[in-house]
Design a protein around this ligand. Structure first.
Ligand SMILES: Nc1ncnc2c1ncn2[C@@H]1O[C@H](COP(=O)(O)OP(=O)(O)OP(=O)(O)O)[C@@H](O)[C@H]1O
Length: 520
């Protein structure tokens, strides 16, 4: 840790507008050097915009910025880079077909012509020094997500960055992956790099950061506050505001503000013996790029039941969702939804039978970013409507507006492009579309990823309500705590197979052991 505590970054009265949306309003803050600073806030609070201002990607309408004691004009990536600021985005931008060495070279300062081997020699020591355990010749697409993130960070540090900003770095990671990332961040701090982390989970903030800064509605609420002097409840209140904190459901408050991972889960009522809404018998799929093929999967989800899927990412969870949604080739077995065989029927018919899907990749599979909110919201319903002439766009816009308001999506009008929403608000558009009254079977893949604590509580509540209406839910999450909190039953996937099933009270150590293939 460096002893110098002078400001690495400060800003005054920074305002950013996108059209008539004010994303940041008169924000001023001073960040000390050599520390780990968390920036938190609800979806649409302005966190990403703040990061983009620092990195020169967005020019503020007004305000002043200073890096390392020198004014930064703003709105110029090269200026920000020269000043030592680097940003690693929410979604990675590494070309999948590149080798690690090629990806490192891409965008780095020249350094002459290199052979393939020469490039690998150039970058391997840099990767090793940052403890990114990878061979420079490996292809990006073959790397687990946390290694890809390690490469992104290594790439950001090529030019000796002084201030590294990571935008929601844990959103794509498993809990172990997040712990590894935090180790990496601590080592960067030891080397004197100041790190700004945009985070959602209070537990993560308190585990890693020295200070926390809270934004709400584009304004600075408080900060940087020393994390040692703030507790989880106070932080929750700052994030969502005192009134919303009072309304937070009591059963959700503890899981949302819990400072440590769960070690014990109480027994609770077990699921009903009602008819299955999903019945998969001996289902195997053809291998594809999305992960391991399913290998004789048997799974029944009953009406009024939430089945949690635990597993290290990449063990067939994606294929399971794809198989149920008619996106994977079934080579063997049967799938029934709501009592009807759907093994060979397309997604649209499965949707008519009550299937709804909250997909893993919201920007690719869940939304058309260039289409309007109302088009995105109504797209699936339109596919199921036989009489296209009966469709009234003005009615759809009205219904869409009402549904999005119910989910507290922050937007200016339903005609705006989905791509202009903040990450969490985009997720809420999908949720409002997929968790409708007619749903019978909901596949919820990481439904709370990137959501703030208020929205997370709302999703859990919506899932419980859907269960109450007799819906069956398959709930996939990399956050074991929320799986234990919400699920009536937990299955574990490993290499395309369901290898274990657990009932409450969950034996957390046994679930963890099953996830890694060590059955107890
Ligand atoms: N390119 C854009 N065009 C129009 N509006 C935008 C654009 N980018 C962001 N916004 C709006 O600015 C506001 C702040 O968005 P920002 O992405 O900074 O929020 P955030 O705190 O990072 O949210 P999240 O946690 O959901 O990622 C939101 O209302 C968002 O819809």
């Amino acid at each position: 840790m460096t002893e110098d505590r002078s400001p690495i970054f400060q800003c005054r009265d920074v305002t950013v507008r996108y059209g008539h949306i004010v994303a940041l309003s008169d924000v001023g803050a001073v960040f000390e050097r050599g520390m780990i600073h968390a920036v938190v806030g609800q979806n649409g609070a302005g966190k990403t915009t703040f990061a983009r201002v620092l990195a020169g990607l967005v020019r503020p309408a007004s305000g002043e910025l200073e890096i390392d004691g020198r004014p930064l004009p703003g709105g110029n990536v090269n200026d920000a880079r020269k000043a030592g600021v680097e940003l690693v985005h929410q979604s990675f931008a590494l070309p999948p077909s590149f080798s690690v060495a090629e990806a490192m070279q891409f965008g780095a300062d020249g350094g002459g012509m290199f052979t393939k081997g020469g490039l690998e020699k150039r970058w391997q020591p840099h990767l090793d020094a940052l403890d990114v355990r990878v061979q420079a010749k490996q292809r990006i697409r073959d790397l687990p997500v946390e290694t890809q993130q390690g490469v992104e960070i290594a790439r950001a540090l090529v030019s000796e960055a002084k201030l590294l900003i990571l935008d929601e770095p844990t959103a794509v990671l498993s809990p172990e992956g997040a712990e590894k990332l935090f180790e990496r961040v601590r080592r960067l701090k030891e080397r004197g790099v100041t790190v700004i982390l945009i985070l959602h989970k209070i537990r993560e903030v308190l585990a890693i950061a020295d200070t926390v800064t809270v934004l709400r509605g584009g304004r600075l609420v408080d900060g940087p506050l020393p994390c040692a002097e703030i507790d989880a409840n106070r932080l929750a209140e700052l994030i969502i505001g005192p009134a919303a904190a009072r309304n937070l459901k009591s059963e959700d408050k503890a899981p949302l503000t819990r400072a440590a991972a769960l070690t014990h889960v109480e027994a609770r009522e077990t699921a009903s013996s009602r008819a299955p809404v999903l019945d998969m018998r001996d289902v195997s799929t053809r291998p594809d790029l999305e992960g391991p093929a399913l290998d004789k999967v048997n799974l029944a989800i009953r009406s009024g039941e939430i089945v949690g899927v635990a597993g290290v990412e990449g063990n067939g969870q994606r294929t399971l969702v794809r198989a149920i949604s008619a996106l994977s080739d079934i080579v063997e077995g049967q799938i029934a939804i709501n009592g009807g065989d759907v093994t060979n029927v397309p997604l649209v018919s499965r949707r008519t039978a009550g299937l709804r899907v909250i997909p893993f990749e919201r920007n690719v599979e869940g939304l058309s970013l260039t289409s309007s909110l109302w088009e995105n919201w109504s797209a699936c319903g339109l596919l199921q409507t036989k009489l296209l002439s009966a469709i009234k766009p003005s009615q759809i816009r009205k219904h869409c507006d009402a549904a999005l308001k119910q989910w507290d999506v922050r937007y200016s009008n339903v005609g705006q492009r989905a791509g202009s929403l903040s990450g969490g608000n985009a997720q809420k558009v999908i949720l409002s579309r997929e968790m409708d009254e007619d749903a019978r079977l909901i596949l919820a893949a990481q439904p709370t990823r990137g959501l703030d604590i208020g929205a997370t509580s709302f999703v859990w509540d919506s899932m419980r309500k859907a269960r109450g209406r007799g819906c069956g839910l398959l709930f996939i999450s990399s956050d074991l705590d929320e799986i234990f909190d919400i699920s009536d039953r937990v299955i574990v996937m490993l290499s395309g197979r369901i290898v274990a099933e657990f009932h409450p009270p969950y034996d957390i150590a046994a679930v963890g052991a099953a996830m890694t293939g060590v059955l107890r």
